[in-house]
Design a protein around this ligand. Structure first.
Ligand code: PXP
Length: 251
């Protein structure tokens, strides 16, 4: 297996997007495929360090039953992405995932578009972070590489930040280099404040090497690219291919 000091969280939401495209009304049918559990286990066998799912308010892909099934079945860590609502918080407190990543959620968006505005919602987020942390879950904030958001994340008691790499992934050349500089500054500050620094969104085997100047990265969360590659080479092959690139990261 490729050796890397960077951890990989495999986001399997889009395996479930495919299942829901056909089995939205009957996700529990014995005919429903592809299996979320088989995907998680394949990712683990290939070397994933955690399995990430986003239980959205609109339940467009992952369903409640998927989260409970994964919690009792996977061998690695479960990372639950969630918006800060009472409904999802109650589920998270029951499920007790190893990690929660707090994300902004907007019903119209195709995917999580921007980072969470932690600074603007300190009190509400502080309460959620405390409830989850007291329940044994480590909490992360999905934030843009914006120093105010990093400081606010530390101040409200988060253990980790996940830097939103969407802008990085959507640009090339000078614009991407400028974003890498912002990510470097954000990672430095997060590390100085004692936060674990993760990153995710839009990452692929192609663009990862351009991210490598960013220091202190502990974990990457990657979904769409892996599920897309899996169509052609299988999820096991896709995870291995990605881990081989991740092995070239030097902090
Ligand atoms: N991290 C977070 C917090 C996300 O919301 C997402 C998208 O669901 C990802 C990582 C994975 O992004 P992608 O599917 O583009 O790899």
């Amino acid at each position: 297996m490729p050796q890397t000091n960077l951890l990989l969280g495999v986001n399997i939401d889009h395996v479930v997007t495919l299942r829901q495209a056909r089995f939205r009304a009957t996700p529990d049918s014995p005919n429903a495929e592809p299996s979320v559990l088989a995907a998680a286990l394949a990712a683990e066998v290939a070397g994933a360090d955690s399995i990430t799912v986003h239980l959205r308010a609109d339940r467009r892909h992952i369903q409640d039953a998927d989260v409970y099934l994964l919690r009792k079945s996977i061998a690695t860590k479960l990372n639950l992405e969630m918006g800060n609502t009472q409904e999802i918080l109650e589920i998270a407190l029951q499920v007790r995932p190893d990690f929660v990543c707090m994300v902004p959620e907007n019903r119209e968006e195709v995917t999580t578009e921007g980072g969470l505005d932690v600074a603007a919602q300190r009190d509400a987020l502080r309460r959620t972070v405390k409830a989850l942390s007291d329940n044994g879950t480590r909490v992360s904030m999905f934030v843009d590489p914006d120093l105010e958001q990093i400081r606010a994340s530390a101040e409200i008691g988060a253990a980790m930040i996940e830097l939103h790499t969407g802008t990085f992934a959507n640009h090339t050349g000078a614009e991407r280099e400028a974003e890498v500089e912002r990510l470097c500054a954000a990672a430095e500050l997060g590390h100085t404040l004692g936060l674990q620094v993760n990153a995710g969104h839009g990452l692929t085997t192609k663009n990862l090497p351009a991210l490598w100047p960013v220091p202190h990265l502990a974990e990457l969360n990657i979904g769409h690219h892996l599920v897309s590659r899996a169509v052609f080479i299988g999820l096991h092959g896709a995870v291995r291919e990605l881990l081989a690139v991740m092995a070239t990261y030097r902090n």
